[in-house]
Design a protein around this ligand. Structure first.
Ligand code: SF4
Length: 328
């Protein structure tokens, strides 16, 4: 499939079917921790990158194959809300199924009323907030020109007022960057202004191709939970697993996931073993097959081997004209 991948499992969203609406990598930010590598050219102009009916067709097909999906999650190769028409897709998915819909976004375009409007039917929206000051926002998120910290916060506050669903803010906690007491207190002050339903602390557990990022210490994670809990309900999600059991083509399913984020070798090994119980060689065979394609390689991060796509290789999504000009 071109747009749909997974299901993947996570503590937050259970079994989640991913839908990627973007050509890689289309983003308004260039985060230091991004698993997709450097944003070579900012995309800030919203477009219907791929025909909406085609995407809906794949979702329909995936729902017929995969039973027991907990969430349909719009997420993918960049900033999800760059896709103009996501509101239409959410509405159409809701006609197909009662499975709730989540949208993972960096939130940088929420200052635009038409973007907020498109999200009103989603059951959960998960925007990012990694900093409580402009300086740290620029250091971590490295946004396109014009996408200031204040504009980001104004968008989140306005969305909170208009949106009746679940607003779960994601905070990427980076060791030595935004895990000091001062940075956490700044973040807490902004979170108080936004008033989300929950805050999810996430960690840089996967390798970032562009820059070395570090896990915070256990003491700093606990400190972050303590400080942010003063203003919001905080969740520190456990890592989820992949479920490849319904994948009609193993290599295609693995490619769809690895092209969107690095996958821990151990996690992939476990997922393949679950597909072929009793066939212990199957996992090694699949991984040998992956290496033989020349499209994958193993890299090490925090002492763990991870599968990534080789530089320049992506899923076969064609960009349809990205813009480096902010529409501001
Ligand atoms: S917002 Fe997401 S896709 Fe964009 S640069 Fe940051 S981590 Fe990467």
């Amino acid at each position: 499939m071109k747009y749909v991948f997974g299901p993947l499992s996570s503590k937050r969203l259970g079994q989640s079917l991913g839908v990627d609406l973007l050509p890689p990598k289309s983003c308004t930010w260039n985060c230091v921790y991004c698993q997709l590598g450097k944003t070579k050219k900012f995309a800030t102009e919203r477009q219907e990158f791929f025909p909406r009916e085609e995407i809906l067709g794949e979702i329909r097909e995936a729902l017929a194959i995969n039973k027991g999906i907990d969430w349909i999650t719009f997420v993918g190769s960049g900033e999800t809300l760059l896709y103009r028409g996501i509101g239409w897709l959410i509405a159409e998915v809701k006609k197909l199924t009662t499975t709730p819909v989540a949208v993972i976004t960096n939130g940088s375009l929420l200052f635009m009323p038409e973007v907020r409007e498109e999200l009103l039917q989603a059951d959960a929206v998960l925007p990012s907030l990694n900093a409580g000051t402009e300086a740290l926002h620029v250091q971590i998120d490295r946004p396109a020109e014009g996408l200031t910290f204040r504009r980001h916060i104004e968008g989140l506050v306005a969305f909170r007022h208009e949106y009746k669903g679940r607003l779960w803010i994601e905070v990427m906690l980076l060791g030595g960057v935004n895990d000091s007491d001062e940075a956490l207190r700044d973040l807490a002050a902004v979170l108080k202004e936004i008033n989300p339903d929950m805050v999810h602390i996430v960690l840089p557990t996967r390798p970032a191709p562009e820059q070395e990022v570090h896990l915070p210490s256990q003491e700093r994670i606990e400190r972050a939970i303590a400080i942010l809990s003063e203003v919001a309900t905080v969740v520190h999600p456990l890592k989820g697993n992949m479920d490849l059991r319904c994948a009609p083509d193993m290599l295609e399913a693995v490619t769809a996931i690895v092209s969107r984020h690095p996958v821990q070798q151990r996690e992939l090994h476990k997922a393949i073993k679950e597909c072929f119980p009793g066939e212990s060689d199957k996992s090694d065979d699949t991984m040998q097959g992956m290496l033989a394609t020349g499209r994958f390689k193993l890299v090490e991060h925090e002492g763990e081997p991870y599968w990534v796509m080789v530089q320049g290789d992506t899923v076969s999504l064609e960009p349809s004209g990205l813009s480096s000009e902010p529409p501001l």
